[in-house]
Design a protein around this ligand. Structure first.
Ligand code: HEM
Length: 494
């Protein structure tokens, strides 16, 4: 009897739990019409599956794309903080980019993805570029960061941190200009801010969305960073604000991007602290994206020095035609550089996902699938980049795939800055990255400078350590050293 009693109690508990789950699932799981991949919809379990997603994101995304790519083109995955809907068919990706901002918001989506919405709020602006300034800064940064050695001597530097150093110098020359871009105190903070954001995001993502505003107050390093930045920037910023406030202020005194930002934010009554925070946001958007993309390309070059010969030949030819001076025309003519970088970003996109959107109200795709307000919706970019219908032999790294005249594997006339449903590195549609022209310019300049002035390889000409997954990010191995040997050359020094 006792035994029977115990059994029926267990059965009752089980039925009760099943009923509760059924009620929960029916009433509260607003995404129940969207198939799940790699997880369970039971609340506790979905958190555990979210942790698993952190370890196997690329694999789970690919599983979903394989299963639902031609079957609805939509599925959801569990992240530790929330369910995320992934769209994987070209048609739905195209629809995702067409939704208006009050239906699907990039600012809220991207801010939710990288945690900036919680740490800073949701504002962004666009950049300007100054080729001469970028070139001058690049040359100085290369000579600062890659030790000069005697001829034929190889010097090894950590690939990722060296590229972060180069990119942050070039970027800040355009963002804040001289002398700040060469001030070690300011530059240390500016270079570390994207890293701070990554750490903050990692912790925030362990918590559900409703707790994030509270948690971020406890862990955010940014108010401290703003205070640390003050001594380096305060007097210049005060002068910038004064210039911005004067009707006939000396507009040429600060002809860099930061002044546009100051102008805009002063007119909206922002404080010095929030102006610095907005600058931090730009550093976050610009620096790691460009650095990681370029480091992957540098690693590919180091693993395959044979590509350098073709790139060098192109750079020499183009620079001969343009008297060795960088210009928009030179950038446009470097089609093999463009193709090499684009192929690298296709194969080694630092992010397996793109088009980060948050539904601002209930939104319905053309196939009838409804996305409830508040849901994060993202495109499966890596899957699009390896789609056999778009790319011949997608698993092959073909550095010249995108050269316009190439008759070989899947050629396109589109260049590295042209987004499409097959190439989502910079997003797609009206919100595609406004900084992509500047990022591409920097990367082409660095690539041409490297092939013209150095031979590069991994240690002893080996394959080198390459990349590691961190949730949906493909991060170049931080420990990988790239070896540079100054070329003996009388070529144009770029
Ligand atoms: C290789 C480097 C870069 C990559 C891979 C990249 C990627 C992206 C992506 C995927 C988006 C979202 C697009 C969408 O969801 O449709 C985006 C947006 C944005 N990016 Fe970039 N980015 C890079 C460099 C930069 C740089 C250098 C800047 C600034 C100078 C910048 C500023 C922005 C801004 C302001 C937005 C928001 C656009 C908006 O609100 O409409 N990015 N970027």
């Amino acid at each position: 009897m006792d035994h029977l009693g115990a059994t029926s109690t267990v059965v009752l508990y089980f039925l009760g739990a099943a009923a509760l789950y059924g009620v929960y699932h029916y009433n509260f799981d607003k995404l129940r019409h969207i198939p799940i991949v790699g997880a369970s919809s039971i609340p506790g379990l979905s958190y555990i599956h979210g942790l698993q997603f952190s370890l196997r994101a690329a694999e789970i995304l690919e599983e979903g794309c394989q299963k639902y790519g031609n079957n609805g083109g939509i599925f959801r995955v569990a992240q530790t903080d929330q369910w995320t809907v992934m769209v994987s068919s070209p048609q739905l990706i195209d629809e995702l980019r067409r939704f208006s901002d009050d239906q699907m918001s990039l600012r809220h989506g991207l801010g939710e993805m990288n945690g900036t919405s919680y740490a800073f709020g949701t504002k962004f602006t666009s950049p300007e570029s100054l080729i001469d300034a970028v070139q001058e800064e690049m040359l100085l940064a290369f000579s600062d960061l890659i030790p000069q050695t005697a001829d034929e001597e190889w010097v090894g530097v950590l690939g990722l941190s060296t590229v972060i150093g180069l990119v942050s110098r070039m970027t800040n020359r355009v963002f804040v200009g001289k002398p700040l871009c060469r001030d070690p105190g300011f530059m240390q903070i500016a270079t570390n801010v994207p890293h701070d954001m990554l750490n903050t995001r990692t912790v925030l993502n362990l918590f559900p969305v409703f707790l994030k505003p509270l948690i971020v107050r406890l862990i955010t390093p940014f108010p401290r960073r703003v205070r640390e930045c003050m001594p380096f920037i305060e007097s210049e910023l005060q002068d910038r604000i004064r210039v911005a406030n004067e009707e006939d202020g000396d507009a040429n005194r600060y002809d860099n991007f930061f002044q546009i930002l100051v102008q805009e934010l002063v007119s909206r009554g922002n404080t010095m602290e929030s102006i610095i925070s907005s600058l931090f946001l730009l550093e976050i958007g610009a620096m790691h994206t460009t650095s990681m993309s370029f480091t992957h390309a540098l690693f590919e070059l180091a693993a395959h020095p044979e590509y350098a010969q073709e790139l060098r030949h192109e750079a020499q030819q183009v620079f001969k035609d343009f008297d060795g001076v960088w210009s928009k025309d030179v950038v446009a003519k470097l089609t093999k550089h463009d193709s090499f970088l684009k192929e690298s970003m296709r194969v080694y996109d630092p992010n397996a996902t793109s088009l980060f959107r948050k539904a601002m109200r209930n939104v319905t795709f053309s196939n009838g699938i409804c996305i409830p307000k508040g849901t994060l919706v993202i495109a499966a970019a890596r899957h699009a980049h390896f789609n056999e219908n778009s790319y011949a032999s997608p698993n092959v790294f073909n550095p010249w795939r995108f050269v316009p005249t190439n008759e070989g594997l899947g050629t396109f006339s589109h260049n590295v800055t042209t987004p499409s449903v097959d190439y989502l590195h910079f997003g797609l549609g009206k919100h595609s990255c406004p900084g992509r022209f500047f990022a591409a310019l920097q990367m082409k300049m660095m690539l041409a400078h490297i092939v013209m002035n150095y031979d590069v390889q991994f240690e002893n000409g080996g394959p080198g350590p390459r990349e590691k997954w961190n949730v949906t990010s493909l991060i170049p191995d931080r420990t990988a050293k790239v070896y540079f040997q100054k070329r003996k050359t009388d070529d144009v020094d770029l």
